[in-house]
Design a protein around this ligand. Structure first.
Ligand code: BDR
Ligand code: CA
Length: 323
């Protein structure tokens, strides 16, 4: 039997971050969560931290520590997303969580955890701008050896960017951080918007999820519905359903066979304002640059959605038996 991945989840909840966290909470056989770190991204850092605490409590996972991190990108001004509403998780039944973030900064938590771990042992699941991990790598370069892999959500080649024509949110928000992460020398798995956009949570899937009547399932269906409505209004898409984005990182960790990928060299544009944050993927191997990442460019939508469904229902079952 395979041991679970030992994972630090770096997030900025975020509707799709919320679903990703639920998927991870529901999958202890594959994912051991060492801690959740938050950063500025979809909304300011004060809100991503608050949302992470709330989501943990909602899922009965308050025992998982949340560490608040960087409140701005390394070099550029913050430009938060506008598709997640004022709170970052508009549509979620907000409450004041009874827990607080740890006093240790997210960057220090990453450094402490990684330095205290064997080489090649920790998976970083990055579903937000990568400021925390980049800062940790700069402050303590010895942590790189401890990282088994960095599985991140970001980049686009065929769908184009969702923030600018060239760039996706997590990379655009802090391109310098992304550049440091892609260049750190450890295995990077880039779960791209190309792959995530293939997995759409359509009305029928959401309806079936809602019909289970579970607290988690219904809340996630409501969140995705809200996110989809805002996206549809903003971008004018006519597709049935919102892309899954961040949950695909967790789904990849559970079963990489649900996705199609290819090794490539990936560099991040950090100079041109026109293409700032672009993931320049050498898909054809036309440069002499070494391969530094696995580019996840496609997915099996039915199998990813089926996994998500099963796990969200399972989390509701865990909750029911715990109370
Ligand atoms: C990514 O950007 C954020 O808005 C989402 O939470 C996701 O991490 C999608 O491009
Ligand atoms: Ca996110």
């Amino acid at each position: 039997m395979n041991l679970p991945h030992r994972v630090i989840i770096d997030c900025d909840p975020g509707h799709d971050d919320a679903v990703a966290l639920m998927l991870a909470f529901a999958s202890p056989g594959e994912i051991e969560i060492l801690g959740i770190t938050t950063a500025a991204g979809n909304v300011p850092a004060s809100l991503t931290q608050k949302n992470a605490l709330m989501l943990c409590e909602f899922a009965g996972k308050s025992a998982i520590s949340v560490y608040a991190g960087c409140d701005r990108p390394i070099m550029r001004p913050s430009k938060h997303a506008d598709v997640h509403g004022v709170t970052g998780i508009d549509g979620f039944p907000s409450f004041v969580s009874s827990t607080r973030a740890e006093s240790l900064h997210a960057v220090d938590f990453m450094i402490r955890t990684l330095l205290g771990s064997p080489d090649d042992s920790i998976t970083m699941a990055c579903i937000a701008p990568m400021t925390n991990l980049a800062m940790a790598l700069i402050r303590e370069p010895r942590i790189a050896a401890k990282i088994r892999q960095i599985v991140l959500m970001g980049g686009a080649r065929s769908t184009g960017g969702n923030v600018t024509p060239a760039a996706t949110f997590n990379v655009f928000f802090d391109p310098h951080a992304a550049s440091i992460v892609f260049g750190c020398g450890r295995p990077v798995v880039a779960v791209s918007l190309d792959a995530c956009s293939r997995v759409l949570c359509g009305k029928s899937w959401l309806g079936t999820l809602r019909q289970t009547g579970g607290r988690i399932a219904v809340a996630m269906a409501d969140l995705i519905t809200h996110y989809d409505a805002v996206r549809t209004k903003k971008f004018g898409f006519t597709t049935d359903g919102a892309p899954t984005n961040d949950p695909c990182v967790i789904a990849w960790l559970i079963d990489p066979g649900l996705f199609v990928s290819r090794e490539a060299n990936i560099e991040i544009e950090v100079q041109s304002e026109l293409t700032m944050g672009m993931t320049v993927v050498d898909f054809w191997g036309v440069t002499q640059r070494p391969r530094n990442a696995l580019w996840v460019h496609d997915a099996d939508p039915d199998r990813v959605l089926s996994l998500m469904f099963q796990r969200l229902v399972r989390l509701d079952r865990f909750l029911a038996t715990a109370t």
